[in-house]
Design a binder for this molecule. Structure first.
Ligand code: NAD
Length: 253
């Protein structure tokens, strides 16, 4: 018996097999969930569909989370296929490269709102559209980082967006709690992904992480997948509005 036997999960944010979203999708699939995927159109045929096929998944739909119409469209297709949704995973973010370099004070108005829209507001938009598909026991999960809480060199506007994302988790948890829907975030330690490659100095941060983290190891998408599975299963039935660190204890140092 898998922890998620008979459950469905819709995962946003797979770019390739290094993506945290992919680590989470595999963990949910291994636990018995029927998993579907949504990613930006340009990644669908080359990257996402083959990965989905490798775990027997055939719900693969494009969505730019900056578009309410596209979000509505994906959820309508999910409703037509499955009728309801047990798990929604939001594992995506974006900021312009020039805003992840240099000083935070130089962030442009445009760059600031773009990072906030894609990386924080999209959780609110997805949750609102998914709400009518969800039921008591359903849960929503997003991904954050330590730079939401403390200043991390070069994380800049993404740190501000993650702070907004973590606050949104709490407000959404309050809104959706009475419906029995839980909302949580995992704050993951650095993992080598496409998005991480866009952050100046990531290599250095990644390289020294294991020297500082109490568990003396880097974090893998599998580490995140395990905690995601717990948070999205009934084992976490009384956990909502939380940001759970999956960072080998780095944040306590
Ligand atoms: P990734 O590059 O594999 O995934 C990022 C995804 O965001 C991509 O699939 C990309 O297509 C998607 N995306 C960007 N703009 C989008 C848009 N407008 N509409 C829809 N999708 C869009 O990188 P990742 O590291 O797996 O990132 C997943 C999440 O994990 C992000 O929220 C990231 O901030 C967070 N995170 C990453 C790390 C790390 O070190 N890699 C640590 C903590 C948190």
């Amino acid at each position: 018996m898998g922890l998620l036997d008979g459950k469905t999960a819709l995962v946003f944010g797979v770019a390739n097999d290094h993506s945290i979203a992919w680590g989470i999708a595999r963990a949910l699939n291994d636990a018995g969930a029927t998993v579907g995927f949504s990613s930006v159109e340009s990644l669908i045929e080359k990257r996402v569909r083959p990965l989905a096929a490798s775990i027997g998944a055939d719900f693969v739909e494009p969505c730019d989370v900056q578009s309410d119409d596209q979000i509505r469209d994906v959820m309508a297709k999910w409703r037509a296929r499955h009728g309801e949704l047990d798990v929604l995973v939001h594992a995506l973010a974006f900021a312009r490269r020039e805003d992840l370099d240099g000083d935070f004070i130089d962030t442009s108005r445009d760059g600031f709102s773009l990072a906030m829209d894609v990386s924080a507001y999209s959780l609110v938009a997805l949750a609102r559209e998914a709400r009518s598909l969800m039921h008591p026991g359903s849960s929503i999960l997003t991904l954050s980082y330590y730079g939401a809480e403390k200043v991390v060199a070069h994380y800049n506007v993404m740190g501000v967006a993650k702070a907004a994302l973590e606050a949104s988790v709490r407000y959404l948890a309050a809104d959706l709690g009475p419906d029995g829907i839980r909302v949580n975030a995992i704050s993951a330690g650095p993992i080598r992904t496409l998005a991480a490659a866009g952050i100046s100095g990531f290599k250095k941060l990644y390289g020294s992480f294991a020297e500082v983290a109490p568990l003396r190891a880097n974090i893998t998408p599998e580490d995140v997948g395990g905690t995601a599975l717990w948070l999205c299963s009934d084992l976490a039935s009384a956990v909502t509005g939380e940001v759970v660190y999956v960072d080998g204890g780095f944040n306590v140092m």
